[in-house]
Design a protein around this ligand. Structure first.
Ligand SMILES: [Ca+2]
Ligand SMILES: [Ca+2]
Ligand SMILES: [Ca+2]
Ligand SMILES: [Ca+2]
Length: 304
């Protein structure tokens, strides 16, 4: 720092990253009634099917400090996990122990070695300090972003603060809205039974439905998608959800008499239904077509 030049407005160095790189997402994280932290984040394509996720967290003036940093990564394959702090100068009372990374239940979480209760001198992210967190994920970034969490070191309420920033897209979340539900299942079913030419999927179908990347969307991909859904739901036994386009048997975006014709054929000769048709006809998701489904279909038809 120069003491002889003109006085300039002090800008935290972390803001320079965003100023120099428009792809950086910068988020102010306000600790209620207390201080400010600034998060800057970026995902960059490694060009080998993985993306590098880089997070810089700067504590401008929060005395409560940060003790944990958590990023949702779903079941993306995570490699090259790193943490970078500043090493305090000799004579400092604070611990130098690096934060420990743990990947569990779809959350990549770094934590300082001790809580404030265990050791007030633990290596928390204190005022005027920036720490970096990074990993590579075999998953591109979510278009809409996602919610990271900063856990606060010193006692108080709230204990953690969430902020929206760059995170990997959730595997199986085809419409990229950070939830896995019947809308994604509808997208999967539309693609089921199709094969894609390399790098040239038909525009109407989502090639991501080919979960195992073998070029065709098959039962194997369904099992992989269902596994993603179950992780998201936190229920290892969860049944596939009702597809969002239930009743649109021919999948043309409207429910009309032509769907009714097909529904009747499926009902009378269930053996010839396609994989998708079984799900979009079964309104109560009980793997059986009966009067309940007929009634539900008719009322959906009348509503549309
Ligand atoms: Ca979704
Ligand atoms: Ca496949
Ligand atoms: Ca239709
Ligand atoms: Ca049924």
């Amino acid at each position: 720092m120069s003491f002889t030049g003109p006085t300039i407005q002090e800008i935290p160095a972390i803001r320079e990253w965003k100023l120099n790189d428009p792809d950086v997402v910068e988020t102010d994280i306000r600790v209620p009634n207390e201080g400010l932290m600034i998060l800057a984040a970026k995902a960059s394509d490694n060009g080998d099917g993985t993306w590098h996720y880089e997070y810089a967290l700067f504590n401008q003036n929060s005395d409560r400090s940060a003790g944990t940093f958590s990023v949702p990564v779903g079941n993306a394959v995570i490699t090259n996990i790193e943490f970078k702090d500043v090493d305090y100068h000799s004579g400092e009372v604070y611990s130098l122990t690096d934060w420990t990374p743990v990947l569990s239940n779809g959350i990549m979480k770094w934590s300082t070695s001790h809580t404030f209760g265990q050791n007030p001198y633990a290596n928390a992210l204190r005022w005027g300090t920036m720490y970096n967190f990074r990993f590579d994920a075999a998953m591109p970034p979510s278009v809409s972003g996602g919610s990271i969490s900063v856990g606060l070191f010193k006692f108080g309420t709230p204990g953690a603060i969430s902020a929206t920033t760059v995170v990997p897209k959730l595997r199986g979340d085809f419409d990229d809205n950070a939830i896995i539900d019947g809308s994604d299942f509808a997208i999967f079913l539309q693609a089921h039974g199709h094969c894609f030419a390399p790098n040239d999927p038909p525009s109407s179908l989502d090639a991501n439905a080919d979960m195992n990347g073998d070029g065709c969307v098959t039962l194997e991909d369904f099992d992989l998608w269902l596994a993603c859904y179950r992780i998201f739901e936190g229920d290892p036994q969860a049944q596939a959800p009702l597809p969002a386009d239930v009743g649109d048997i021919n999948g043309n975006g409207v429910i009309d008499a032509s769907d009714l014709d097909r529904f009747i054929i499926i009902y009378l000769t269930s053996g010839e239904a396609t994989f998708r048709e079984l799900f979009v006809s079964d309104f109560d998701s009980d793997s059986d077509l009966d009067e309940i489904d007929i009634q539900a279909f008719v009322s959906r038809l009348l509503d549309s």
